[in-house]
Design a protein around this ligand. Structure first.
Ligand code: FAD
Length: 305
């Protein structure tokens, strides 16, 4: 793709950043540092993950509330329905609403063991599409859902996975965020298939800058993502060289983003793993610059700076 190597990219990309809720005070400090560092890029939103089965229920709530109150960023709370009754989901959703959360990333989640089939709770939602519908009945949330360019492992075929995404969007979700992937063509082909299936809502590529292939490979299979073989070659011999691995990770992810940009993509969602540097550097290379605290807050509230 012909966009010259990062020269003069204007930064006209809307970005969002995903965090996970911290377990310890040290992790909390690390997360907060990441939020502060990325905040100046005026993200469209940031989001905080939710342990399937509600294992991070309090921590997700506390993290999202703090980001809204103290960083004044629009924060989306993830919410999974696996293992929960509809009444429990209602309680969590109502607590989010009371805390000022207006955006939920609505997910099914996975049952305990990796690869175990999903069985809905007898008094719960049958999947993410039903969850979206249920949340819309609770309050007028802005809802995002998950999409799988390389097909979710539970899908009978790629088209069934796309049809299911359409059900989630038709149930009231405004946009989808994709599972991570590593080839721009994967996204472009998926985008064409979505259009052919009548999906016209925003589908935001999820970007995971990988610094450790072995770790990424461990969880990729279970979540509908493929780590290409060429990645092993790129990281070969770098096990004991963390700084070199960071540089390789940044280069691979930045090049993916540049090619997505060249193909017309103007929204990117970064899986930050609570570390700001790679996401910040990639945004910088795409031309994004800090807008200053006041301007960042104005950009997200829609007020004049
Ligand atoms: P669903 O969309 O309900 O189903 C998953 C897939 O199963 C579908 O894509 C489809 O292929 C198939 N399927 C399901 N029902 C049907 C049907 N009726 N007909 C045909 N096919 C069907 N997990 C967490 O635990 N916490 C998080 O915070 C979290 N955040 C995530 C954020 C993003 C952006 C993504 C991409 C994933 C996230 N996950 C999270 C992982 C997610 O919970 C898992 O991938 C889970 O296996 C599926 O959840 P879902 O909402 O996509 O489910």
């Amino acid at each position: 793709l012909d966009t010259p190597l990062f020269s003069g990219l204007p930064g006209d990309v809307d970005v969002s950043f995903e965090f996970f809720p911290p377990k310890t005070e040290k992790m909390e400090a690390q997360l907060w540092d990441a939020v502060q560092q990325l905040k100046v890029l005026a993200p469209e939103f940031v989001s905080v993950t939710y342990g399937a089965g509600g294992s991070t229920r309090e921590r997700t709530h506390a993290t999202v509330s703090r980001i809204i109150k103290e960083a004044h960023l629009p924060a989306a709370a993830h919410l999974t329905c696996v293992g929960a009754t509809k009444a429990e989901i209602r309680e969590v959703a109502e607590q989010y609403w009371e805390a000022g959360v207006r955006h939920i990333v609505a997910l099914r989640g996975d049952a305990g063991e990796p690869g175990a089939p999903f069985t809905p709770h007898p008094e719960g939602y049958a999947g993410a599409a039903e969850l979206v519908k249920g949340l819309k009945e609770i309050a007028d949330f802005d809802i995002s859902v998950a999409a799988y360019p390389e097909t979710h492992p539970d899908a009978d075929c790629p088209q069934a996975c796309i049809d299911h995404l359409k059900r989630k969007l038709d149930a009231g979700a405004s946009r989808a965020i994709t599972q991570f992937f590593f080839s721009p063509e994967t996204f472009f082909e998926y985008r064409d298939k979505l259009a052919a299936s009548g999906i016209d809502k925003l589908v935001i590529p999820g970007i995971l800058p990988v610094t450790n292939v072995a770790t990424a490979r461990k969880f990729a299979g279970a979540c509908g993502a493929i780590i290409p073989d060429w990645m092993d070659g790129l990281f070969e011999g770098l096990d004991e060289k963390p700084a070199a691995r960071q540089l390789v990770a940044a280069t691979v992810a930045a090049e993916l983003c540049r090619r997505l940009y060249a193909g017309g993509v103007r929204n990117l969602h970064f899986y930050t793993l609570n570390r700001p540097d790679l996401a910040y550097a990639i945004c910088h290379m795409l031309g994004k610059r800090p807008v200053g605290e006041k301007a960042a807050e104005a950009a997200v509230t829609g007020e004049a700076a």
